[in-house]
Design a protein around this ligand. Structure first.
Ligand SMILES: [Zn+2]
Length: 113
């Protein structure tokens, strides 16, 4: 499952970040998950809880931000916001859109316990 791999990736990032400070524990992991990415936040939380067992992130909470998608409309030649990949350009109603953001997932902050 997609979210299982993502959760394992988050745990790897936490382990790397705490390599020099093995006594520290993480209370909150802040994630930015683009609005166009196919990630189900609740499924990710569930997988994260399981993957975090026995690691410095055990019991940590996920704080998930969902920045909206962005695209460049080739017809209007401007940047537009996109709530979903299937959406048309809000300016011209066209579909000649190049997605420029909103698909990424990254850890933006670790809050130590
Ligand atoms: Zn347009």
């Amino acid at each position: 499952m997609h979210e299982t791999a993502l959760a394992a990736g988050v745990i790897d990032i936490v382990r790397d970040a705490l390599r020099e400070r093995p006594a520290e524990r993480v209370a909150v992991v802040r994630l930015s998950i683009g609005g166009l990415s196919h990630v189900e936040p609740r499924a990710l939380e569930f997988c994260f809880d399981a993957a975090a067992r026995g690691t410095p992130a055990e019991g940590a909470r996920l704080a998930i931000d969902r920045p909206p998608g962005r695209a460049h409309c080739l017809t209007c030649d401007r940047e537009v916001g996109l709530a979903s990949r299937a959406d048309a350009c809000p300016g011209c109603g066209g579909h000649r859109l190049l997605v420029t953001g909103g698909e990424e997932m990254r850890v933006t902050e670790l809050e130590l316990a």
